[in-house]
Design a protein around this ligand. Sequence first.
Ligand code: CA
Length: 226
Amino acid sequence: MRPKILIVEDEPAIADTIHYALETDGCDPVVVSAGAPALDMVRQEKIDLIVLDVGLPDMSGFDLCKRLRRHATIPIIFLTARSDEIDRVVGLEIGGDDYVVKPFSPRELTARVKAVLRRSRPGRSKDTEPGIFEVNIEKRQIIYCNTVLELSRYEYDLLATFIRRPGVVFTREQLMDRVWEAPEASMDRTVDAHIKNLRAKLKAVRPEPDPIVTHRGTGYALREDL
Ligand code: CA
């Protein structure tokens, strides 16, 4: 199966270059030139990875990423025209998996795409080899050790965030930013409360080990050795 890559880029020359490079490299690329059609496409089709320009005509790539993250755990590689560190950090903090700074070579981009696809494969979706977790994006359902978890909306989004990047420590602020639409004042405790519920549900399926690791003073991460 050729991985289906959604390219969200409003500059036709760049979109064509990426499309050609990915197609030549064994992928199945599709191009849209704005955020709204990208959201539609993700709802309708199974997309394996998104190449996302930060500067889009109808919304910023960062906003689009945040909206996508509410529904899906699809890996995202940002294309940014600005090479300053802040853009890079923001791009990754907001839920991107990697970024490429324009101008870039097609080869550089295809290498990043391959690397992110490789990294995101374990436990990521229902038609890759099943890991200990299986995420069904369409149903917003997570299966753990062959058991369907009964999760609230926030618990699903939290766990899907962890599964997408095992081992990565997320601060409470980052989790709040990704999962909650309107961050609340008592945010640390809100995140902690939902993590506690999530842990109880995971423990009910399998008592040991606890898949979520607490990093004191920092935040939470998914164990890498599951
Ligand atoms: Ca642009």
